[in-house]
Design a protein. Sequence first.
Length: 344
Amino acid sequence: MSDPWLPLAGIHVIDFSMFVPGPFASSILADLGADVIKVEPPRGDPGRSYVPVQFKTENRNKRSIALDLKQREASNVVARLVEKAQVVIEGFRPGVAKRLGIDYETLRRHNGALVYCSISGYGQSGPWRERPGHDVNYVAAAGGLAFPGQWRAPPTRSSLPVADMAGGAFAAVAILAAVREGKGAYLDLSLFEAAFFLCAMRHGLERETDPRAHLFPVNDVFETADGKRLTLGILEEHFWQNFVKLAPELADERFAADGKRRAHGDELSRRLEEVIRRKPAAEWLRLLEEHDVPVDLCVTPAEAASHPQLVERGATERGYAKFPVWLGFDDGEIADLRRKGVVG
C-alpha cells in the first residue's frame, strides 16, 4: 500500500456536534487529512458514556477543547476558532445553535467563506423540525423497518445506527462538494431524510410493494452444526448450480430457476436450513470455497480485523479501522505506467 492519502490537509474543521452523526462526518474528513477540533461542553459529549467504543473510534483523529458556550466569553474563543476554519459542523435541534451564538449567520460574520453544516433529526424546517428523536426513530419513520432482512424473519433493527452513520457520510459528501465549489454555504441535513433516501433507493415509493422483492431465499443467513452462522450469497444461476453439487437433494424442478426458487421460497428456505445444519462451519467454508460459492461467516469486528485480507491491505492502524478507500497508484507508479504507454 502507498503512503497515507491526505487530500484534505490544510482544511480546518470546527465540530460542535455530539453523539454519532456529526462526529462520524468529521472523522471521515479527519481521516482524509483535515484538522478537526472537537468542541465539547465542560462535562463532555454525552456520547462518551452512551457508546464509549464508538465515541473513541469516531474521535481518534481530532483535537478537542472543552468550552461552555453558554458563557459570554466563549464567543471570543469561537470567533478565533472560526476565523481559521473552512468548515463548521453542528448537531443541535433547530434554534439551539442560534441561542448559543454559533449559528451560521453569526459565524459567517467572522468568516464569510464558511461551509456550515447543520445536522438534525428532521431538518431545519417542517412540522417535525423540533421533534425529538434518535436513530431507531428516523429509520422506522423513513420505512427502514417495514420490510424483513431475511426470507422467513420479521423486520429487525440493525446493530449499526443506519440513519446516524448514513447521515454523517452524506454530510461529509455535501461538505466536500461545497468546499470544492469554493464559496460559503449553509447545509441543512436531516437524518430522517438520510434514512428515507436509502429506503427509497432500495424499495422505491410505490404504495403496493412486495415485502420480499429485495430478498432471495438462497441469499441469507443460516446456522451450522456447531452453532455458528454462515451467509450464502447466491444470486447468479451458476452459483446455485455450484451449490447444488454439494446438496443434490435440492436439484428439484421447483428450485431450477430464480423465479421458481422465489415462488417456493419458504420451502426452499426450510430445506436450506436443514442442509446447512448437517455440517460444521469450517467444513462448509472449505466445500463452498472449493466450489466457488459466495460464503462468509458471521464474525465480530475484532475477528474480522485479523482476517488475512484486511491484514494484507493494512485496514487497521493502532487498533482502529482506517478510511476504506485507497489511492490506487502513487506518483512513481503513474509515471512508470505513462513511460510504458499503459496510461495517457
